[in-house]
Write a protein that binds this ligand. Structure first.
Ligand code: FES
Length: 153
């Protein structure tokens, strides 16, 4: 049954989200915001040395149903993957994993994927690893957005 245009899966994840909270000794933290609605999302990762496998992932999401559902499902999707493989997950993959989102809420799924890229940027920078071009570009974009949000506060 669809409620407010949301699939049953979205509502299940929203009512019972996984991996909510902080990781105190996180190896990477990504923070992103949506200037249109003011929603904010932090992603925390624990990453194993060597192959850079994501051992743990948590999110703190101050946002709408779609932002909470997409960030929660993304943490489930990336755990156990290498950071490199996790970064290949697109917003469309996340939306498909939730059996779709109402069209007007698809943009909310960008937050989760962007937070992962921000966390990756943080990890690569802290570890002295050269940052892949697409992660660098995403970081530049996110920094501009973050500045706009700060000026709104
Ligand atoms: Fe803000 Fe969905 S309305 S992320």
């Amino acid at each position: 049954m669809m409620e407010y245009g949301y699939s049953e899966k979205v509502l299940d994840v929203f009512k019972n989200p996984h991996n909510i909270g902080e990781i105190k000794d996180a190896d990477a933290i990504g923070k992103v915001g949506n200037p249109a609605c003011g929603d904010l999302l932090w992603m925390f990762l624990k990453i194993g040395k060597g192959r850079h496998v994501i051992e743990d992932a948590k999110v703190k999401t101050f946002g709408c149903v779609a932002a909470i559902a997409t960030s929660s499902i993304l943490t489930d999707m990336i755990k156990g993957k290498t950071l490199e493989d996790a970064l290949r997950i697109s917003k469309q993959d996340v939306v498909s994993e939730l059996n779709g989102l109402p069209r007007q809420k698809v943009h909310c799924s960008v937050l989760a994927v962007d937070a992962l890229k921000e966390a990756a940027y943080d990890y690569y920078t802290r570890s002295g690893i050269s940052v892949p071009e697409d992660v660098k570009r995403a970081h530049e974009h996110n920094s501009i957005v973050a500045e706009r949000i700060e000026h709104m506060e």
